[in-house]
Design a binder for this molecule. Structure first.
Ligand SMILES: NC(=O)c1ccc[n+]([C@@H]2O[C@H](COP(=O)([O-])OP(=O)(O)OC[C@H]3O[C@@H](n4cnc5c(N)ncnc54)[C@H](O)[C@@H]3O)[C@@H](O)[C@H]2O)c1
Ligand SMILES: [Zn+2]
Length: 387
């Protein structure tokens, strides 16, 4: 029997739990100047003050770079990269969600000014990282703090494009629950379902392997059992910290495996209709899992055995797999995430364009255990379009 080939990349240090932020001082030691990447939404919460206080205490100079919209285009990221390159900073700290972390990771590759973000769209491997990075996620979702990926919008193609470069795996990660304590429920819910999708997609991917299974299953267990509490109860710091760890693990799973048709079909919804990444994945999660079910039933049954800790009432693989899909559907509903495209002004007139754009995301569609034809993609989109 052939042994599964697999590999794993990891940040060199990850800090979590009580007082995790204090590690900022030692990891930044020796830096001449720190560039703190963030965005206006995060800036307005005052959260940036936590890492800044550490840098002030350590006497390390810093500047804050914050002119970034959510889910930016490659040109908007380039503006930040240019600002960073003019700053003379030699350590990047990202304080934000996936949008900020992805921009910071791209900057770490482009400090030599030899290449631009646009160059990386065509040839992601050309640039070499020269600046250390530290990720401080303020959402528990994307897992960007673990991955070699950065995603930017490409308006001329009406798509979001993933840039993958091994150098983008961050050096340090700080998962401090204080950073997501007052995350608005709507954002916590959508980003949390994004992490849920990462976990179950990586576990049911053609690229799944022993390394990714380990992290994907643990992430799935933590999310199935903590996401609702983390979103509903502002004081549930334990559940929130578990969600941060789960999102990180799911990111590690992405690095070793890969997401599947949920993410593939969601890319045009972000690129063309600017629906937030977590929301578009949440809308597609259950329809795609139902479509995949015949091909992934044994995997979903395995996931059931792992995440149900009390009495296990399901016996057959079919019952177990149905339970997992039902549970995910209930979670999306409980969290009040839209389950259709109706409120985003997407109509049946858009169907052909959606199918065409979704089918272009072959990088992820090849990971799907059940082949997705254009007719299948059409059926799936039809389920989420208004009648
Ligand atoms: N690199 C990867 O591996 C990877 C994986 C999945 C998604 N992504 C990308 O990440 C981006 C989405 O990231 P995201 O879902 O974390 O959202 P985001 O970074 O776009 O943030 C969404 C909004 O939430 C606000 N926000 C963030 N943290 C907050 C907090 N603690 N309190 C109040 N407001 C807060 C932001 O200011 C922003 O307005 C997309 O571009 C997506 O494609 C990347
Ligand atoms: Zn995602």
């Amino acid at each position: 029997m052939a042994l599964t080939a697999c590999s794993m990349t990891m940040p060199r240090a990850v800090y979590s739990g009580e007082g995790a932020m204090q590690n900022m001082k030692s990891l930044a030691a020796g830096a001449e100047k720190v560039a703190v990447f963030t965005d206006s939404g995060v800036l307005s919460t005052g959260l940036v003050e936590y890492p800044l206080a550490q840098l002030k205490e350590a006497g390390i100079p810093y500047l804050v770079i914050s002119d970034l919209p959510p889910e930016p285009t490659y040109a908007q990221v380039q503006k930040l990269v240019d600002e960073f390159n003019a700053s003379g900073a030699d350590l990047i700290v990202a304080v934000g969600g996936g949008s900020v972390m992805d921009a910071a990771k791209l900057a770490s590759l482009l400090a030599t000014e030899k290449y631009t973000v646009k160059d990386l769209l065509d040839e992601p491997g050309v640039a070499v990282k020269t600046v250390r990075t530290c990720m401080i996620p303020t959402t528990a979702g994307t897992g960007s703090e673990a991955t070699p990926n950065a995603i930017v919008a490409v308006p001329e193609k009406e798509l979001k494009v993933g840039i993958v470069n091994a150098g983008m795996v961050p050096d340090y990660v700080i998962l401090d629950a204080v950073m997501i304590r007052s995350l608005p429920r709507k954002i916590a819910a959508a980003t949390g379902v994004d992490a849920l999708a990462h976990a179950i997609e990586c576990f049911t991917s053609n690229k799944a392997n022993p390394f990714s299974d380990f992290f994907a299953l643990e992430a799935f267990d933590l999310i199935i059992n903590n996401l609702e509490a983390a979103c509903d109860d502002p004081d549930a710091l334990d559940a929130k910290n578990k969600m941060q760890i789960a999102a990180f693990y799911a990111g590690v799973a992405i690095s070793c495996s890969g997401t599947t048709a949920v993410h593939a079909l969601s890319y045009p919804l972000g690129g063309k209709y600017h629906i937030a990444h977590g929301v578009s994945n949440a809308i597609l999660l259950v329809p795609v899992m139902r479509f995949n079910e015949p091909a992934i039933r044994p995997r979903l049954a395995e996931a059931y055995d792992r995440v149900v800790h009390g009495e296990k009432s399901c016996v057959t693989e079919a019952e177990k797999s149905a339970w997992i899909i039902r549970r995910m559907s209930e979670m999306v509903q409980h969290l009040d995430i839209p389950t259709s495209l109706a409120e985003f002004h997407v109509s049946r007139d858009d169907l052909d364009a959606l199918v065409e754009a979704g089918m272009q995301v072959t990088r992820l569609l090849v990971n799907n255990m059940r082949e997705v034809t254009a007719a299948d993609a059409r059926d799936i989109y039809l389920q989420i379009l208004p009648r």
